[in-house]
Design a protein around this ligand. Structure first.
Ligand code: G3P
Length: 217
């Protein structure tokens, strides 16, 4: 499964990219507002730091303006993916952009049939929002399973990008359910390495090694 980071904090992304485990980045208007910096400057820095797909979202509501915004975003760097909302206008923009060689990520997906529409529009990625469905009393992970089954039934090449991830458990379950990618907040990404037994085990090994009085180098 590919791991993307859900953030518009260019400095933090640069640090996380040094792990060698970051395959891409997703941003959205809320994350850009939180970062509090110029959108285009931020995107340039992120695209330089992470070689994989970097999603940048349009904010227009109509297809024509979405396409104009999308093309301007694409001009920032070759690894930009144009993020469009799962609306009729967004899907029209998705189809136009994909037909003209520009990858898209259809965002704000909350149902399997919405994902089917995104796949039919030729989206490179579709982003089902797991955490927000859970917050709404629904089962976000069930949506990933449904989309996986539909895409496999018809061999749709659209990648399932599990989004709105809140916990390491979400990452595990999305991987089991067959999501192609998960976009993960930095705090959750850092928690993926962690296990108390790893820390305790390492401490014991180092203590015992020291008692031998030996060195490897
Ligand atoms: O980037 C889209 C998605 O991951 C947003 O997540 O936490 O705002 O529901 P969240």
């Amino acid at each position: 499964m590919q791991i993307f980071i859900d953030s518009a904090d260019a400095a933090e992304l640069k640090t996380l990219a040094q792990t060698g485990l970051v395959d891409g980045v997703t941003t959205n208007p809320s994350l850009v507002a939180k970062a509090g910096r110029d959108f285009f400057e931020t995107l340039r820095e992120i695209c330089a730091a992470v070689p994989g797909p970097i999603s940048a979202e349009v904010v227009a509501q109509d297809c024509e303006t979405m396409i104009k915004e999308g093309l301007k975003l694409r001009a920032v760097a070759p690894n930009i993916v144009v993020k469009v909302p799962l609306t009729p206008e967004g899907l029209k923009a998705c189809k136009y952009l994909e037909d003209n060689g520009h990858p898209t990520n259809v965002t704000l997906c909350f149902s399997a049939v919405q994902a089917l529409m995104a796949a039919k529009a030729g989206a490179t990625f579709v982003s089902p929002f797991i955490g927000r469905l859970d917050d709404n009393g629904q089962d976000g992970m069930e949506l990933i399973r449904e989309i996986r089954a539909i895409f496999d039934n018809y061999d749709y090449p659209t990648s399932i990008l599990a989004a709105s991830i809140r916990t390491a458990g979400h990452v595990r379950d999305a991987a089991i359910a067959g999501a192609d990618c998960a976009t993960i907040p930095p705090t959750v990404f850092k928690s993926l390495y962690k296990h108390v037994l790893t820390d305790m085990g390492l401490e014991a090994f180092l203590k015992d090694w020291k008692s031998t009085g030996q060195s490897i180098l």
